[in-house]
Every structure is written in C-alpha cells, then in structure tokens.
Design a protein around this ligand. Structure first.
Ligand code: F6R
Length: 364
C-alpha cells in the first residue's frame, strides 16, 4: 500500500532511514560498536581478491563498494556488469570471493555469472533483497538486505541497503585481514550507525528539490558529475532520471569532463554536481568553473561548507548534512533519487511503471 504517498517510489525513498537501520542492525553490534556479520561458514579472512558482478543500480552499489574494499581491506577488486562478465572469460584464481549484488536475486545475467564463478572455484557471496531467491539459495555466503519488498520499478531503498551491507562487509574483511585496529573499527561502526539520522536530514530537503524540479524538466540532456566514491552516484543519478523521466542523462567522473563531454555544455544542459566537501572538493570546483565558463547551469549537491565555497553562481544548490565520507554515498543517494522523482512528476510520466522496463529481468 502506498498510504499517504502518491507513488511507491516516493514511499520507498522515505522508508530508507528505517530499512537502512534494520539492515545495519543485523551487521553491526551497537553495544561494543563492532562489525558482527551473520554466522558464516566461510572464513573471509582467507580471501585474497574480490570480483563483483551485478546489473544496473546494483552494479553502481558494487562500484561504490570497490572503493571501500580497496581503502579499508586493501583487497584488489575486479568489477563488471553481468552481461559483459559472463562472456569475457575473466581470470578467476583460487582464494577469490565472487560477490553478486541483486535486489531480486533472479536477474538472468547475474545468475549465469554466479554459476560460472561457482564452477571456477570461487567462494560465492550474494547481497540480495529476496531471501528465498535463486541467488540466495546458491550462495556460500548470504548477505541479505532488509529493505522489504520494493514495488517501484526504479530501485531506491534496495540500493542504499546494498551499500549498508557492503560497507559492513568491507569493514569485516578489513578487521579479518588485520587492517583495522579496534579503535578504527569502533569509529567506522559509529559513523555507519549515524546513517539513518543523516538520511532523515537529507529527506528534509524534499520540498526544495520538488521546487527546483521544473528547472530540469524541460532539458533534453542532463549531465551528472561526481568524483571518487561519489562518481558511481553520478551514474546512478543519471540512470534514475532516464528511467522515469525519459530525459537523456549521463554520469561522468568530474575529471573526465574535459576529455569529451564538455563539448556538450551550453545553457540548455543542466549539470548536477555531487560533491561533499573534503580533500577532492577543490578539484571539483575547478571542473564547475569549466562548466560555468561555457554557460552551463549547475545544480550543486553538497554540504554547507561546500555550498559556501562554491554555491555562488549555481542555478540551484541542495544542502546535505555534513557526513563522514564513508556514509556519503548513502546520504547523497537521497537527493539524486528525489530529483529524478520530482522531475518525472513534473513531466507527468508513470513513475512506478516506466515504459519498457520490468522489475525483474529474468531473461538475458
Ligand atoms: C534501476 C533498476 C535496475 C536494476 C537491475 C538489476 O532502477 O532497478 O537497473 O537495478 O535490473 O536488478 P537486480 O538488482 O534485481 O539484479
């Protein structure tokens, strides 16, 4: 039931503080602030590399996780979309964890890739939202998301719950590999436990985002820019927008702009910049200047610090709470989802059942 909400997608966006808290609750122990994964039959401390395979939004969750596995656990990560992975004869050596991320647990290409990895001696991990799904059954290590049923075709709450599980998993593997001191583990867990409150603070901007959506709705093309672990969010933002509003959108790494897409920039192409303040912010500011100099209209999604520094001259700004970099991808997912949602509503498209799309892609 949609209850007070106009669409399932909006309801599911607003459920995120609750379902992310639920999900984190089963991977973290609040009492001693430690990572406590569900009982596993496999010792993940022995893993020497990670291969991540998924499709669509679930793939973008995997791209964020690659940053975490590298940074915290110092594990090499290979990642690909399932339709490419399954046909490219990837090198799979002993000691590898192959990780499949899927809301439905039934996506045909992802399942085929899972079976291929199993035949090639990989330990199989599955981050799935449907505990009775085929992927859940076939995995050695089942890591459920507790997002509850997702009805809207565009994935929202499943994505943030996937990120929650992946952050906990990366921290767990980092502990197992002796890469995190007890104090560092406590600190990470503390930040993760702050996520639901930060998601609520992000949701408070729903009205501002609804008010600016009409500025984006007439566009034919929209560019999303992000850097580091927020780069996958630029791609996720572009995917959400194209799925439900049918506006062509692309997500790019901020630093890649001058290698091509800058040729597109004029006053008709809104550029959504996803940039929490931090060590990489200065670099993004210079990318923004390149856009402004060509008449581009910028929407800056940042925190108060970032907006104070670079908000002037933007078409609009969306202020996020100041958060630890680890949880930024979860928190910044909210404005990106809400922006796509409100643009689609402004255009009058069918938000919950976009044309040509199915919730579960069980054919190749
Ligand atoms: C985007 C979306 C799709 C799915 C993709 C994978 O909003 O919903 O891109 O993420 O089809 O589906 P699952 O996660 O069920 O494997």
């Amino acid at each position: 039931e949609k209850g007070e909400y106009r669409h399932f997608m909006l309801k599911e966006i607003f459920e995120q503080p609750t379902v992310v808290a639920q999900t984190l609750g089963s991977y973290l122990r609040q009492s001693d602030r430690s990572v406590a994964l569900p009982q596993l039959d496999v010792d993940l401390g022995e893993i020497n590399r990670v291969t991540i395979v998924a499709c669509g939004t679930s793939y973008y969750a995997g791209l964020v996780a690659k940053y975490w596995f590298e940074q915290f656990a110092r594990l090499p990560v290979d990642i690909d979309v399932a339709s490419e992975f399954r046909y490219r004869d990837p090198v799979l050596e002993p000691g590898g964890l192959a990780l499949f991320i899927s809301q439905s647990g039934e996506t045909a290409d992802t399942l085929a890739a899972l079976r291929h990895c199993k035949e090639n001696g990989q330990t199989i991990g599955a981050v799935v939202n449907v505990p009775t799904s085929t992927m859940a059954r076939e995995a050695d290590v089942l890591l459920p998301t507790h997002a509850g049923p997702e009805i809207g075709v565009a994935s929202t709450k499943a994505f943030t719950c996937q990120l929650a599980v992946l952050a906990a998993l990366a921290a767990h593997m980092a502990v197992k590999r002796g890469r995190l001191s007890r104090a560092q583990e406590e600190e990470i867990v503390e930040h993760l436990l702050e996520t639901p409150a930060s998601l609520n603070a992000a949701l408070d901007h729903d009205d501002d985002i609804a008010a600016m959506a009409p500025l984006i709705a007439p566009a034919r093309d929209v560019l999303y820019l992000g850097r580091g672990q927020d780069y996958p969010l630029a791609m996720e933002g572009a995917l959400k927008l194209k799925e439900i509003s049918y506006i062509h959108a692309e997500g790019y790494a901020s630093g890649e702009m001058k290698h091509g897409p800058i040729a597109l920039i004029d006053e008709n192409v809104p550029v959504i910049v996803i940039a929490p303040s931090g060590p990489l912010f200065e670099k993004t500011v210079s990318n923004m200047q390149e856009v402004s100099a060509r008449g581009g209209k910028i929407v800056l999604i940042s925190d108060a610090e970032g907006i104070a520094e670079a908000g002037e001259g933007c078409m609009a700004t969306i202020e996020m709470p100041h958060v630890h970099p680890l949880i930024a991808p979860l928190v910044y997912a909210v404005p990106v989802q809400l922006l796509a949602y409100h643009v689609a509503v402004a255009k009058g498209t069918d938000v919950d059942q976009p044309r040509n799309l199915a919730k579960s892609v069980t054919v190749e």
